[in-house]
Design a binder for this molecule. Structure first.
Ligand SMILES: [Zn+2]
Length: 430
């Protein structure tokens, strides 16, 4: 698979080719910010490239008639006031990326939100008075690679994470979120109450592609336990130190990585898979001829079945106690972030399914393995989460790809859903 796939022929003839061309032009210019040689982007939270993307987005939405505000933790809100004083319906996702990430993850959803807001507001005039205002949100630091945890901005917004704790969080170089946000000039004191939240995202899996469907109606999140560990050993000579004396942190950490996969295999059933990986692994001092004194690692366990996840969690920690003895190391448990498997609003799925039917878009119910800002928002306000296909399920990778036709179908669906929500069909009009 190459990085620059040809544009697929549009499966549906467009009712509004000019608007579609404008969306694709915006998407292409956005993808140039922080672009990498492999066809992806590198826009980690509050880096220069993230700041450039935020300022670019501000220019786009202001040209579309919206006003832009930032809250204390750098969440970016583009407002379109249709009814003075009415509550806001928010559409959003995130513009930050993983290092060497794909250009669709998050960014598609924010731009699709902006276009859907404009299209729905234009249609609203013809359909009678709207009941709500609209806004597009670019949530700060969804990816959690530079600053942990992930979904930081939406966690603060929904009251799950303290704003000061988020602002004090430092990256590996010691730069805090507060300093990084001030450096790129995208922080403020804006506050807004939301009545509902809509998000569209690439699937990052292959269920839609494998089943030949265009739209995923997300019914629930998978449960996810994310762990931070530090394995403590003792620095020594890799040759001169006798084996019995060694406290090899790297040996202990490596055993943990292998143990997590074994536990996941043991507790997976045909109905509920348990998924795991270690995504970050840092060795100190990481030097030739030196037994590692310390390894910090991040790993996660995920499952659709909360009981399978709880059993796997218990088994992993039992195994870790054994590894401490076997490798002669001390394993410290750091912060843990637990997201339970939770359902999205059923009426929202029905509403989105009805819109997809009207538009002639094939659709199916899916679950999400990945966390999204909607994972947080759905615990605060009624939330609808939609997916469009990811080619081969490739994600967090420069080769991530979604066709123009699928992106445009998603904007059409999001617009239709927004129009209905605007008329009070999802949450009651005030
Ligand atoms: Zn994402």
């Amino acid at each position: 698979m190459t990085t620059q796939q040809p544009t697929e022929p549009t499966a549906r003839s467009s009712a509004h080719p000019e608007q579609d061309a404008e969306f694709l032009n915006h998407f292409r210019s956005m993808s140039q910010i922080g672009a990498t040689a492999g066809g992806g982007v590198d826009r980690q939270a509050a880096t220069l490239a993230d700041g450039q993307t935020r300022h670019w987005f501000r220019g786009i939405v202001e040209s579309l008639g919206m006003t832009v505000h930032y809250d204390r933790v750098g969440n970016q809100f583009a407002l379109l006031e249709l009814v003075p004083g009415a509550p806001f319906i928010a559409l959003g996702s995130h513009l930050d990326s993983q290092p060497l990430g794909g250009r669709f993850d998050g960014a598609y959803g924010v731009l699709a939100g902006a276009h859907a807001v404009i299209r729905a507001s234009r249609a609203a005039d013809a359909q009678g008075a709207p009941a709500f205002n609209l806004c597009v949100v670019n949530w700060f630091n969804e990816e959690g690679c530079r600053f942990k945890p992930s979904m930081m901005g939406s966690a603060v917004f929904t009251g799950k994470l303290d704003a000061d704790a988020a602002l004090d969080t430092a990256d590996p170089a010691g730069v805090t979120v507060r300093e990084a946000l001030e450096a790129i000039g995208t922080v403020g004191d804006f506050r807004v109450d939301l009545a509902a939240y809509l998000e569209i995202h690439i699937e990052q899996g292959r269920v839609l592609e494998d089943s030949g469907m265009t739209i995923g109606l997300v019914e629930s999140t998978w449960g996810a336990n994310k762990y931070e560990f530090v394995v403590h050993g003792e620095q020594a000579h890799t040759g001169a130190t006798v084996i019995a004396d060694r406290q090899d942190a790297l040996l202990g950490a490596s055993a943990m990585v292998v143990a997590a996969r074994a536990v996941a295999n043991d507790f997976s059933t045909p109905d509920a898979e348990v998924i795991t990986s270690c995504g970050e692994f840092t060795v100190f001092p990481n030097s030739p001829v030196v037994v590692a004194s310390r390894v910090s690692l991040l790993m996660d366990l995920r499952s659709t079945d909360p009981e399978a996840l709880a059993r796997a969690d218990a088994a992993l920690f039992a195994r870790i106690r054994e590894i401490e003895v076997e490798a002669n190391v001390r394993i410290e448990r750091g912060a843990e972030h637990i997201w339970g498997a939770k359902a999205y609003d059923e009426r929202g799925m029905e509403l989105a399914a009805a819109c997809a039917e009207e538009l002639g878009l094939s659709h199916r119910v899916v679950r999400t393995l990945a966390g999204h800002d909607s994972t947080n928002l759905k615990d605060l306000v009624p939330t609808i989460m939609l997916f469009i296909p990811s080619a081969e399920g490739i994600s967090h990778n420069e080769r991530e790809f979604t066709s123009d036709a699928d992106m445009l179908a998603g904007v059409d669906l999001l617009t239709a859903v927004t129009s209905r929500v605007l008329r009070g069909e999802f949450v009651p009009a005030p």
